[in-house]
Ligand binder design. Structure first.
Ligand SMILES: [Zn+2]
Length: 276
């Protein structure tokens, strides 16, 4: 074990090596994703895939850790800002960047050990979870919301872990057809939703804790699938929805056809052109 890991040696005798060989994907690099990247770099994760098609600007400065004023003024790509931060913390890390919608680069993400989703919409979460499930990759989703039109406001958030055989975002009622439809109708109507740095930090730290429970043997506790954040009372609690799902089998990702690359059925195949 190197000196860099001395103070976290309780994570396990091989934890340094495990972390160095762990490949994480972070989709969304602003409020939540920037915290995730920073913490994972400090903790010693060796391989990163960073995905965000957006450029940073001054409106991100309130919450994107690692974004300095000059980079915000230049409108640097978020992937470049965060890669630079990771390499400053850990020069030996392998950092692949994708300044594109994740769907366009999904082939490069199939070998991830864990995928973190710090994305805005239900639609994005739904698609990202489906992708992760197809390749049997644990998916960690985090998000926060500010509710209300005037003071007093309410802040809520959640970190959800979706693993093969476990309950999914739909099992929890977090993704519903109603929410997807409502969101699609609202799309483009309002500007960006309110976001602040401290709930994102709390939620990202919680997601990193779950990740560490997954990949290192320091705790016998399995990470909770669903943790709820009450941003007014400042509490983090396992969701009550977990109790209702004891012994539940997820019906949404079932059967071998739901795994791996999409295989088209016989009926979907194009009819071969006849040769003259
Ligand atoms: Zn399910």
């Amino acid at each position: 074990m190197t000196e860099r890991h001395v103070r976290q040696s309780f994570l396990g005798p091989h934890s340094e090596e495990i972390l160095a060989h762990t490949e994480v994907t972070i989709v969304g690099l602003c409020g939540g994703g920037s915290h995730l990247a920073q913490q994972l770099a400090h903790i010693g994760v060796g391989r990163f895939n960073l995905v965000d098609f957006d450029r940073a600007d001054v409106s991100n400065s309130n919450r994107m850790v690692g974004l300095d004023a000059a980079a915000a003024a230049r409108k640097d790509r978020k992937v470049d800002v965060i890669r630079e931060r990771i390499l400053a913390i850990q020069p030996g890390a392998q950092v692949a960047i994708f300044a594109a919608p994740w769907q366009e680069v999904s082939d490069a993400l199939k070998f991830s050990d864990v995928i973190f989703g710090a994305v805005d919409s239900y639609r994005a979460r739904d698609e990202l979870e489906r992708f992760a499930r197809r390749y049997l990759i644990p998916y960690l989703d985090l998000g926060m919301d500010v509710h209300g039109d005037q003071a007093p406001y309410t802040i809520t958030g959640q970190v959800i872990l979706s693993v093969p055989e476990g309950p999914c975002l739909r099992c929890f009622g977090f993704i519903t057809e109603h929410r997807l439809t409502e969101e699609a109708q609202r799309y483009g109507a309002a500007g960006g939703r309110p976001q602040v740095i401290w709930p994102n930090g709390t939620l990202a730290s919680t997601a990193v804790a779950k990740f560490m429970q997954l990949v290192t043997p320091w705790s016998l506790d399995r990470p909770a699938f669903y943790t709820e954040y009450d941003g007014n009372r400042l509490t983090l609690m396992p969701s009550r929805k977990l109790q209702a799902l004891q012994g539940h089998r997820c019906p949404h990702f079932d059967g071998p056809l739901a795994l791996g690359d999409v295989v088209w059925g016989q009926a979907d195949r194009p009819v071969p052109a006849s040769t003259p």
